[in-house]
Design a protein around this ligand. Structure first.
Ligand SMILES: Nc1ncnc2c1ncn2[C@@H]1O[C@H](COP(=O)(O)OP(=O)(O)OP(=O)(O)O)[C@@H](O)[C@H]1O
Ligand SMILES: [Mg+2]
Length: 396
């Protein structure tokens, strides 16, 4: 088989030829677009899950669905590590408006709305630099109160979209990076547009932490959004993710070979893509056999250790790495922070809490509840136990 034809897509945000196991999410979203377009009530979606389960590629797919339904979208916008939410929203808003104006004869309406975006961005701390060739429209979305201003900005977008019989979709990735005040403003704004039955929706994605953080930001966030956990694929779905990209190109898998890969990848989409790619490159001919799997197994695992896990571990300081190893030493998750502190060798929890906070900040772990932590990377504990056990770390 030719390497250049390799259909697998290991990486971040790379669209797989077969998006396995997401049919229900896609159908649910198509129906959301339909309902909102006709003025009905629907809850926006929040997708959460571990690294590599396919959050970003799902958002990319929803982007296409919305475009097909005639909606304007922001494209998938990734929230950076210390975002200013005003500038994030100002940029998304102007993008949506420009798209609406390209597709619909509502230039004047869009001009006015862009003026509101400008006013919204001007009152931002430090003033967001947005190149908008319009005059700011005073009195809307420029009070300086972030929550109220975002409400008014989203209303303006919603009304503009409604006037064009279109809709507006915000696609926000890595949304857990927003601070509590920003998340609260986001909740309030989407609550307001939903109350007004405006055709505006959010498809947000992030680490499992996101759901908890939204609820902490606004108690009604549990009812405002529909939360969908993205997790490992079931065996039949994982099999399809592995087998179908090859079969579309006339290459088959021997049944026992596919079973073995599904087992090795534990249903994680990213791992499936890595095995698929290696097998395609290694196999001489169709079908791909169990012997081919034997040949690539160590290679793929070494590569995962070096890249997927190794580069993440490198993000942590020595003391933080010791904290991760302490977590892994405790058996099944979630891990009580008091016990992690003890396994780390601390006299008390206060000594390790800066490490915990920093690891959460770096996105390597998350806190399912107060006093508990867990990994954000699938099978990180197994990796640490095998390659960096707590016994291998010096106490400083
Ligand atoms: N449903 C799926 N079926 C098959 N492959 C998938 C599926 N979802 C994602 N993938 C593949 O898995 C990998 C990870 O996808 P993606 O980058 O979307 O994950 P993610 O959840 O956004 O990860 P991160 O949290 O690191 O951003 C990619 O290689 C992608 O091609
Ligand atoms: Mg992603």
């Amino acid at each position: 088989m030719q390497r250049r034809d390799n259909p697998y897509t290991p990486g971040a945000g790379r669209k797989p030829p077969c998006l396995a196991g997401r049919d229900a999410d896609l159908e649910g979203f198509a129906s959301l677009l339909e309902v909102l377009s006709s003025g009905g009530p629907e809850r926006s979606r929040i997708f959460y899950g571990l690294r590599g389960v396919g959050k970003t590629v799902l958002l990319m797919e929803l982007d296409l669905l919305a475009a097909e339904a005639g909606w304007a979208t922001t494209d998938v916008v990734e929230v950076g590590s210390s975002p200013d939410f005003r500038s994030v929203f100002a940029q998304m808003a102007s993008r949506l408006l420009r798209e609406m104006s390209r597709k619909h004869p509502i230039r004047d309406r869009v001009e006015r709305a862009l003026g509101v975006v400008k006013a919204f961005s001007v009152v931002a701390p430090g003033g967001v630099q947005l190149k908008l060739d319009v005059d700011a429209v005073g009195g809307v979305a420029d009070s300086g109160d972030p929550e109220q201003d975002l409400v008014e900005l989203l209303r303006e977008i919603g009304q503009t979209a409604a006037s064009a019989h279109s809709g507006a979709l915000f696609l926000i990735d890595e949304m857990q990076n927003f601070d509590p005040a920003s998340l609260a403003a986001v909740c309030m704004a989407f609550q307001a547009v939903s109350r007004d039955a405006l055709p505006v929706a959010l498809a947000g994605a992030g680490l499992p932490e996101l759901q908890v953080r939204l609820m902490r930001a606004k108690p009604y966030a549990d009812r405002l959004f529909e939360y969908r956990a993205l997790d490992r694929l079931s065996d039949p779905e994982a099999r399809m993710a592995l087998v179908k990209p090859a079969s579309l190109l006339g290459v088959d898998y021997a049944p026992d070979a596919a079973t073995e890969v599904v087992h090795l990848a534990a249903g994680y989409p990213y791992f499936l893509q890595e095995y698929g790619r290696a097998l395609w490159n290694a196999a001489e001919a169709s079908p791909i056999t169990a012997a081919d799997v034997d040949e690539v197994r160590d290679l793929v695992q070494e590569q995962l250790v070096r890249t997927f896990y190794g580069t993440r571990l490198e993000l942590a300081t020595d003391a933080e790495q010791r904290y991760l190893a302490a977590m892994a030493s405790l058996g099944d998750p979630p891990y009580a922070t008091a016990e992690v502190a003890r396994a780390w060798g601390a006299e008390n929890q206060r000594q390790t809490s800066p490490h915990r906070d920093s690891l959460i900040q770096k996105g390597l772990i998350w806190a399912p509840r107060r006093g508990q932590v867990d990994f954000t990377v699938p099978r990180f504990a197994e990796f640490l136990l095998a390659h960096h056990p707590i016994g291998g770390f010096e106490r400083e």
